[in-house]
Write a protein that binds this ligand. Structure first.
Ligand SMILES: [Zn+2]
Ligand SMILES: [Zn+2]
Length: 276
């Protein structure tokens, strides 16, 4: 039987042409992505001029709803990124990309997340262009664009800088009044390394949507959380943080199933008693 999404249209609300990153992953399912241009900066910006008040999840869902309402389409999606200190690994930045999928025909909302640790996100503070040193190399300029603004956040923000002359001009202009902050422009179309994470997240969503629930047939059956708890290989104590598999759930009904990862015991390194 054909997949329920074969032949549907879904509206993607985006400002920065993320359809090029997301639509190809959904095409094999027969989902046609309709682009909806919307000034998503109204919901908060990366560069911080407009603070984001909603969570990443709620922002993505809200964007998706905006496109669905404007276009009158019952399937919608949107992505939202967040970049900052990695929650697990010290001293690196990581990007968490989220894509929301809303299906008002089946009455489901699905979120998929992808973490990327290779995203180039660097920042420096200079009083003249000569102080940049090896910064442009670390920033992978001009492959990755930069933004530039006055320290303290007053005045213009120069965005999408991809030419040395334009960067020099921005720094010269800003340093007349104070020091200039130069940092990675993390908008998806300006940051190839972030674009990769969005593509991977879209693939993850496509994989999730491709699976239907065995009980009710609703698309989107997949991993919703980890399963924890294994006994220590040395002392036998229960190690509650050891992952023993994943829990897969239906987005619609209560059907769930466990996917065990094959580990029978926790390593002693994870055990509080053996390795306090
Ligand atoms: Zn132990
Ligand atoms: Zn179900």
């Amino acid at each position: 039987m054909a997949h329920p999404y074969n032949g549907i249209e879904a509206v993607l609300t985006t400002q920065h042409h993320k359809e090029k990153l997301i639509a190809p992953a959904l095409a094999p399912l027969g989902i046609k992505v309709i682009h909806h241009q919307f000034d998503t900066d109204l919901l908060g910006t990366f560069s911080g001029e407009i603070p984001r008040t909603l969570s990443q999840r709620d922002t993505a869902l809200k964007k998706a709803r905006i496109g669905m309402e404007d276009k009158g389409i019952r399937f919608g999606l949107a992505s939202e990124g967040s970049i900052g200190a990695d929650p697990l690994v010290p001293f690196i930045n990581s990007a968490i990309e989220a894509i929301a999928w809303i299906d008002d025909v089946h009455g489901i909302e699905i979120m998929e997340y992808e973490r990327g640790t290779e995203v180039i996100a660097v920042k420096t503070d200079v009083s003249s262009i000569d102080e940049l040193g090896d910064f442009l190399e670390r920033a992978d300029f001009p492959n990755h664009a930069l933004i530039c603004y006055q320290a303290g956040g007053k005045g213009n923000i120069y965005k999408g800088l991809r030419e040395l002359a334009a960067l020099e001009e921005a720094i010269q202009e800003i340093t007349k009044r104070g020091s200039a902050v130069v940092e990675s422009d993390l908008r998806a179309h300006m940051s190839p390394s972030r674009s990769e994470v969005i593509k991977n997240c879209a693939q993850r969503l496509a994989n999730r949507l491709s699976r239907q629930c065995d009980e009710c047939g609703t698309p989107g059956f997949g991993t919703t959380s980890n399963l924890y708890g294994l006994n220590c290989e040395e002392c036998g104590e229960l190690v509650s943080k050891a992952v023993r598999g994943e829990l897969e759930s239906c987005a619609k009904c209560s059907h769930k199933q466990e996917q065990l990862n094959g580990r029978a015991k926790a390593s002693a390194a994870q055990c509080e008693r053996c390795n306090p």
